[in-house]
Design a protein around this ligand. Structure first.
Ligand code: GLN
Length: 186
């Protein structure tokens, strides 16, 4: 199994390290020719969604990435990656998100919460995070909420968290994503 990690900007190395610990091969996507390699899944890391969107467009990656996800490639977006999947961006997930929902400077915090079907009391690190303001269709399911706001969602093969599981010890969420990638392969 090979997982593509979008490596234009942001916290992509941390995802590669988690997958390495789980014994899964990764490769970095920096340009179109990287993207064209065979892959079983894609990780969209945290960072700055505006910068990532601009780079995706400039590099000619926006449409190919969007189409491949829409066709069913398993994808996991964290934080800015969640924003990328949302309405008004790649738009493959039926969610409307609020960027920097916890404030720009003081918006970083750590908590624990349950993620439905994945694990209980999981660590959740939020860094200038978004949350899901509205789930726009029945195809998309909330998996976790913090203070009444949705912070993890799944829609078929698409998984997104407002927090950063790659920065904590627990690998539950990555393992769940790898299960989607493995099933997507069969
Ligand atoms: N605030 C960033 C954005 O709006 C997301 C922050 C993150 O990915 N840690 O894109």
């Amino acid at each position: 199994m090979r997982i593509a990690v979008l490596a234009l900007q942001g916290a992509f190395i941390e995802h590669e390290q988690v997958l390495q610990r789980l014994g899964v091969e990764t490769f970095e996507v920096r340009q179109l020719k990287d993207w064209e390699q065979p892959k079983d899944g894609l990780i969209l890391p945290g960072g700055e969604s505006t910068v990532q969107m601009r780079l995706l467009a400039q590099l000619g990656l926006l449409q190919p990435v969007k189409e491949t996800i829409a066709q069913g490639l398993p994808v996991f977006g964290t934080c800015a990656g969640m924003i990328l999947l949302s309405e008004g961006h790649l738009g493959t997930m039926d969610i409307r998100v609020r960027r920097n929902a916890y404030g720009r400077q003081l918006g970083s915090f750590h908590t624990f919460g349950n993620v439905e079907g994945i694990g209980e009391n999981l660590p959740m690190t939020f860094i200038r995070a978004p949350y899901v303001e509205t789930v726009l269709s029945d195809c998309c399911h909330s998996l976790a909420a913090v203070d009444g706001h949705i912070v993890a969602v799944r829609q078929g093969n698409q998984l997104a968290t407002a927090f950063h599981p790659e920065l904590d010890e627990s690998t539950c969420i990555h393992e769940f994503f790898l299960k989607l990638a493995r099933e997507g392969k069969d």
